[in-house]
Design a protein around this ligand. Structure first.
Ligand code: NAI
Length: 516
């Protein structure tokens, strides 16, 4: 299926933050665009806003003045819905209300030509439900841009139950022609990104509730060791707790209160206090004049370590051995279960089990666990936890070893899977469920998380790099230790491990008529 040609007239309805951005994207791609808004002067204001944005790009030499003029000349303000009758593609970006969107599409259906495609930019409503009652619901699809639309590459192309396959293919090709990275998905609550990203917030809130580590420590560890652009708490402060809590609550309700999506009391309290984040001056952090975020507490290194015994293979953490060796630490290797031993301390990468449990199962009483890192070759900060049975000084010894490799450490409570490993396991689990349910393919889920929310790696790619079996073990430990059903592992992960496959994808079985 080919993209809509440039001579197809595009109508954008709603000239707010999203509508204006989408109009710009379509005009940049060469379409003539009609921008309509019910608010008096709103479409004109939207067009002016686009011009101001483009002026800035001209001033920074990003685009030529002629390009700006050409883009602006292609955007025309429509004064009434009737003006949109010749549009071949209508993209709706109005207020997020089902009744208003449905009535708009009913009006549009009667207005535009038979072949015109209707698209909604809804982020939380069902595309299927918006299309219900249309004479031809097959031509309605979701076209979910991310904010700011001219910059963010991801577009989720969403099929409602009645959406025609050729409409989806045409929108995919068109979004590609517009320079975007479209992914296909079925209309389900949260689509891909707003669903798969939930554990990024939920696990951080859960860790905080458990007292695993302070806010600034969890943020720093996920940034520095996890490779995420922002920590979950600073990100929630930026999004606004009212917005983030409302999305979480709506996804929870939409999935019939599946515990995986359960909102957090901590966040509810912030909303109740009016501590909404940056926009209200206070959230998890304070933003009043000159307020500085608290510094995470790094552990002081004990006596210098010159020798380490490494038993077995450290798996993904093998790069640490190379770093220590390059720093002049004398390394002896012998077979074993994958631990580093120095005097008075045994260090192991977390496998999900707590250090306390591992000691109870027979490992040395001086056990300290360290967290997952995106890249052990380069990581500068790690979180570590000691077994309840271990002496407090084990942490100083562990810090001294890591210091030799140029790594600073912070303490995390001895909670299952620590901070990064737990977050990644839960993101991968949600991603796997999304694939299992035929909402999107594994590669589209990964692509969506990379380009929609800038994850350093797709959650499934990450699970594959770690070893799917390891991720499954982590989830099983979390499930068993907490008794909380939110940690139940996706049967797709279990099935993939059972068939000995290194790649997560939906295989075999019957496909339903509706499967994509
Ligand atoms: P906004 O509030 O900035 O703009 C909405 C515009 O629609 C307003 O100018 C309003 O006057 C106009 N409008 C309302 N009812 C209308 C009608 N019946 N006919 C014509 N115009 C009408 O909202 P925003 O943020 O641009 O969101 C628009 C849509 O995009 C919503 O469905 C939202 O869920 C979705 N979305 C928002 C994102 C965001 O980050 N803000 C991201 C992705 C999707």
């Amino acid at each position: 299926m080919s993209a809509l040609t440039k001579d197809v007239l595009v109508a954008v309805i709603g000239a707010g933050a999203m509508g204006a951005g989408i109009a710009q994207v379509a005009a940049q791609a060469g379409h003539h665009v009609l921008l309509y808004d019910v608010g008096s002067g709103a479409a004109q204001k939207g067009r002016e806003g686009i011009a101001i944005g483009l002026d800035r790009l001209v001033a920074r030499d990003k685009i030529k003045a002629e390009t700006r003029d050409a883009i602006i000349s292609r955007i025309e303000v429509a004064n009434s819905l009737d003006d949109l009758r010749d549009a071949g593609l209508v993209i709706e970006a109005i207020v997020e209300r089902l009744d208003i969107k449905r009535s708009l599409f009913r009006d549009l259906e009667a207005l535009v030509g038979e072949e015109a495609i209707l698209a909604t930019n809804t982020s939380s409503l069902s595309v299927t439900e918006i299309g219900q009652g249309l004479t031809k619901p097959g031509r309605l699809a979701g076209l979910h841009f991310f904010n700011p639309a001219p910059i963010m590459a991801l577009v989720e192309v969403v099929a409602g139950l009645a959406t025609d396959a050729h409409v989806i293919e045409s929108l995919i090709a068109t979004a590609q022609a517009w320079g975007k990275k479209p992914v296909r998905c079925k209309s389900t609550p949260g689509f891909i990104v707003n669903r798969v990203a939930r554990p990024f917030y939920a696990e951080a809130l859960r860790l905080l509730e458990e007292g695993a580590a302070p806010v600034e420590t969890i943020d720093m560890v996920l940034r520095e060791a996890g490779g995420f652009r922002m920590g979950p708490f600073e990100l929630m402060d930026l999004i606004g707790h009212d917005v983030n809590f409302a999305v979480t609550a709506s996804v929870f309700k939409a999935y019939f209160e599946d515990p995986r999506f359960r909102p957090s009391l901590i966040q509810q309290e912030l909303v109740a206090a009016g501590w909404l984040g940056r926009k209200s001056g206070r959230g998890f952090y304070r933003y009043a004049d000159g307020a500085k975020p608290p510094e995470p507490q790094f552990l002081a290194a004990g006596a210098r370590v010159d020798h380490v015994l490494i038993e077995g293979d450290l798996g993904p953490a093998e790069a640490l051995a190379r770093r220590l060796s390059a720093a002049g630490v004398d390394i002896t290797r012998q077979p074993g279960v994958g631990v580093l031993k120095i005097r008075s301390c045994t260090l192991a990468p977390s496998d999900g089990r707590t250090a306390t449990q591992r000691v109870a199962q027979g490992e040395p009483a001086d056990l300290v666990l360290f967290d997952l890192a995106l890249d052990y070759k380069a990581v500068k900060t790690l979180s570590i936890a000691r077994a309840d049975q271990a002496d407090a000084s084990t942490l100083d010894h562990a810090a001294a070893l890591f210091a030799r490799g140029g790594i600073k450490v912070v303490q995390c409570d001895d909670t299952p899977a620590l901070i990064v490993l737990r977050t990644i396991a839960m993101l991968a689990n949600e991603a796997a469920e999304t694939v299992l349910q035929g909402v999107a393919t594994a590669s589209d889920v990964d692509a969506a998380m990379r380009s929609g929310v800038n994850y350093p790696r797709g959650p499934l790619e990450w699970a594959q790099a770690l070893g799917i079996e390891r991720v499954l073990d982590v989830l099983d430990v979390l499930h068993q230790d907490t008794g909380d059903d939110r940690y139940r592992a996706s049967q797709l992960l279990r099935r993939t491990v059972r068939r000995g496959d290194a790649h997560i994808d939906r295989k075999g079985g019957a496909t339903t008529r509706n499967a994509q």
